[in-house]
Design a protein around this ligand. Sequence first.
Ligand code: AMP
Ligand code: FE
Ligand code: FE
Ligand code: ZN
Length: 287
Amino acid sequence: MGQPTSRPADQQTKIKYADLHLHSTFSDGTFSPEELVNLAQGKGLCCIAITDHDEVSAIAPASAAGKSCGLEVIPGVELSAEIDDCEVHILGYFIDWQASWFQQRLEKIRAVREKRIFAITEKLKSFGIDLDPEQILRQAHPGSVGRLHIARLLKEKGYVASIPEAFSSYLGNDRPCYVKKFKLTPGEAIEMIRQVNGLSVLAHPYHLSDDKITSDFVRWGIRGLEAYYPEHTPAATEHYLKLAEKNGLLVTGGSDCHGFGKDKSMLGAVKIPYQLVQALKAEVGAS
Ligand code: AMP
Ligand code: FE
Ligand code: FE
Ligand code: ZN
């Protein structure tokens, strides 16, 4: 009989793991960049990517925190785009986030997000809901503001019992208080990421048909597919791994953690093998 061991299997085989989809307090997450780094380390991860919505301010503090504790931080972003009235999210990895034109572009996009908060709170009024848009903006400051901030306030004020209810009753894409954001096509989002030397990845692809992914996104220059995602069943993940392989796409994955912004923290719910990060690095020529 072999010696029993108390070490977890991950440590015995020294497999390293990453989570490449995290939101911080600079968008609609509830963990600061430093907290994300500390919590990720606690979950046994060796690498994370910060992917705030239309915002890159968390990258510097997260990288500094990562450096001091030995956790790798990949600079990322999550851009929203629209196609046929359907919202899609494009992740960008290894971006030159300091490029001034890129930051200016994001600033414009965030300004539209701010205006949108006024439009959404106006729509909520017809349901007898009175939220102060300025309070929502203050809550999100200095990061990018979004529907999750509104959802949180709706819950806090007792208008809904949960965050999912806020979306299913009012804020969801097909619900009465939905308001569109900055108009960016997926092709423009992919190009924006390419111009800052980043790798564009289609986030949570289960929102789209395979046909759309292979005929359109590949043609527009998408470089990868987020195959590992909390909402993907093992069969769905397997499906996207095959789809990526067939279409010459890279594979990524992450928990899409919003801290406690979506009722429960997802950090560590998805861990991808570090070899996938190495494949991304080989593609962008990063060390
Ligand atoms: P926004 O960028 O303002 O359009 O808001 C998008 C955010 O809302 C993302 O973090 C989404 O994950 C979140 N979201 C969208 N639909 C839902 C939903 N049905 N339940 C919970 N969160 C959602
Ligand atoms: Fe979000
Ligand atoms: Fe997303
Ligand atoms: Zn996300």
